[in-house]
Ligand binder design. Structure first.
Ligand code: RBF
Length: 170
């Protein structure tokens, strides 16, 4: 079943602007069969949009995603970062602590660096729910995260260029 975001994505223009964009992906090794499927989804969606500059960095677990994202934002050339992880509630009593820390920290990076840092972290009850969202019947949330990154980069271009008015000096 195609997700709403992916349906919208088909209507997006593949522009020259997007081809020049650099996107970072930070991805967690925990539940690697899931995160790898999410990564494949994200990568192929970016490539379909014409984005070839993709910098992928693996981290040990979801808790490490915000710092790795910050490394990319600070030390590499990236216009957006996608964070991919999979937290399974049944497997960790730390679930709430880790998911809250990751969510808050990634959220903060968006505003700190004024660039999209997209949340592609599954927070699910069990492995079955994760599989459904990593290329199963509920789509691929990695692909959706890539669509969000593309949309936000386009939004920035649109507002930044301000329909040409800025160039006229008004
Ligand atoms: N990281 C994940 O990405 N997903 C998990 O489901 C997950 N479960 C964990 C369960 C326990 C008990 C611990 C200690 C860590 C877990 N982690 C998980 C790893 C965590 O994100 C981080 O890599 C480590 O805590 C080291 O900072």
């Amino acid at each position: 079943m195609a997700s709403q975001l992916n349906q919208e994505f088909s209507a997006l223009n593949i522009s020259d602007v997007l081809k020049k964009k650099h996107v970072g992906i930070v991805v967690s090794e925990w539940n690697k069969e899931i995160t790898n499927a999410l990564l494949q989804g994200a990568e192929s969606t970016l490539k379909e949009a014409g984005i070839e500059n993709i910098n992928i960095k693996w981290v040990p677990g979801s808790f490490e995603l915000p710092l790795a994202a910050q490394y990319l934002l600070e030390y590499a050339k990236v216009d957006a970062v996608i964070a991919i992880g999979c937290l399974i509630k049944g497997e960790t009593p730390h679930f709430h602590y880790i998911s809250e820390a990751v969510t808050q920290s990634l959220s903060r990076l968006n505003l700190q660096y004024i660039r999209p840092v997209v949340y592609g972290v599954l927070t699910v009850e069990n492995l079955e729910q994760a599989e459904e969202r990593a290329g199963g019947k509920l789509g691929n949330k990695g692909s959706e995260a890539a669509t969000v990154a593309i949309k936000m980069m386009q939004l920035k271009e649109e507002i930044h260029n301000n329909n040409g008015r800025k160039k006229l000096g008004f």
